[in-house]
Design a protein around this ligand. Structure first.
Ligand code: SAM
Ligand code: DTB
Ligand code: SF4
Length: 355
């Protein structure tokens, strides 16, 4: 008779998932939904232990990538995302702003670099990119940020392959485009676009040779099955995302989710650990929601494999921990800000080297 022996499963599980994850980076071997469910169901501290081992095998565990966000065009977005302050379907108290001037954006990027950030992410409240003067200006911004020696990232909504190629030529490191939740739960939160449209943009980004920054939001009212399904979809993207932002819902007054019950912090840790194990090479980025999470919980998240944060007092439209608090926490934990890719190989080359 086969007895369930957790200690044995821990070791066998680690070898199994590391091998699977390693193969996944080189071939089209897909994770089965059942394997992700089994991983997710493991005792929390076993998961954290395994995730820490995978993290240490693939990254310098002292490194923390510091990223800065800037909203380059704020509010007035036609999509109906239930969490978002910037949707015209919601009633958040937000000043709409037209596309910023390129020189102002580059000034902000320069300040971010001076304060230690190596990645600069520009966000626009657009459902999709339209060709024209505004997009030309965004390409100039990307070029300017890249020329400063920072990793340039942007998030502009849906994108065609030709637009992705233009961003690549301008020097874009990564394109942020989140799946946000499971396919099954998606239309409970967003009805103006489909999951497949999100996946189409991710394919266009991959075809242009740009790394994808793709993750989700926890605490939208989704069930555990939805979190598992999201992680399963993310891990089976081919190629896997270069970075995986893990957002916790920031409940914004005037949005349908303003009264949503906060996610249990151990569910957050569990998702971070599973993301790290399934996507060993990715940067796992703690994104929205850190302001209300204790420093002890953030330390456990770093142990579970999170290795990037957004710094600066604002995300796009909502508050974020002060820079001093973040640098203080890194110092307390013996972590250090990571150098940009520009000081080493590009993410795609790194993956090829690992293979
Ligand atoms: N319009 C583009 C899009 O939706 O892809 C880019 C900007 S959008 C604000 C970028 C991401 O921010 C979303 O995919 C979502 O994950 C996150 N986000 C937006 N509002 C949030 C909130 N209130 N709490 C947590 N994450 C949020
Ligand atoms: C991501 O996944 N999170 C960031 C970044 N990518 C663009 C955005 C968080 C936004 C949080 C809500 C706000 O500040 O408006
Ligand atoms: Fe628009 Fe993006 Fe906000 Fe959705 S999340 S409303 S697409 S800015």
């Amino acid at each position: 008779m086969l007895l369930f022996r957790p200690h044995l499963f821990t070791r066998v599980g680690l070898v199994f998932f590391c091998t699977l994850a390693h193969n996944r980076n080189m071939t089209n071997t897909a994770y089965s939904l059942d394997s992700v469910k089994a991983l997710y169901a493991r005792p929390l501290l076993d998961l954290v232990y395994e995730a820490a081992s995978v993290h240490r095998a693939n990254h310098d565990p002292q490194d923390m990538q510091m990223c800065t966000l800037l909203s380059i065009k704020t509010g007035g977005c036609a999509e109906d995302c239930g969490y978002c302050s910037q949707s015209i379907h919601n009633n958040a108290d937000l000043e709409k702003e037209i596309l910023m001037k390129t020189s102002d954006v580059l000034e902000q990027a320069r300040k971010a670099k001076e304060s230690g950030s190596t990645r600069f992410c520009m966000g626009a409240a657009w459902p999709r990119v339209l060709d024209g003067r505004a997009f030309d200006r965004v390409c100039d911004m990307v070029k300017g940020v890249s020329d400063m020696g920072m990793e340039a990232c942007c998030t502009l909504g849906m994108l065609t392959e030709a637009q992705a190629v233009r961003l690549k030529e301008a020097g874009l490191t990564a394109y942020n485009h989140n799946l946000d939740t499971s396919r099954e739960f998606y239309d409970k939160v967003i009805t103006t676009r489909s999951y497949d449209e999100r996946l189409d943009t991710l394919k266009n980004v991959a075809k242009a040779g740009i790394a994808a920054c793709c993750g989700g939001i926890l605490g939208l009212g989704e069930r555990e099955e939805d979190r598992i399904s999201l992680l399963h979809t993310l891990a089976n993207l081919n190629p896997q995302p270069e970075s995986v932002p893990i957002n916790v819902l920031v409940p914004v007054a005037g949005t349908p989710l303003e009264k949503q019950k906060p996610i249990d912090i151990f569910e957050w840790i569990r998702c971070i650990a599973v993301a790290r194990i399934l996507m060993p090479k990715a940067m796992v980025r703690l994104s929205a929601g850190r302001l209300t999470i204790s420093k002890e919980a953030q330390a456990l998240a770093f142990m579970a494999g999170a290795n990037a944060i957004f710094t600066g007092e604002k995300l796009l439209t909502t508050p974020n921990p002060e820079k001093d608090a973040d640098y203080g926490l890194l110092a307390e934990l013996g972590l250090k800000p990571r150098a940009p890719y520009k000081d080493g190989p590009e993410p795609a080359e790194k993956q090829a080297d690992a293979a």
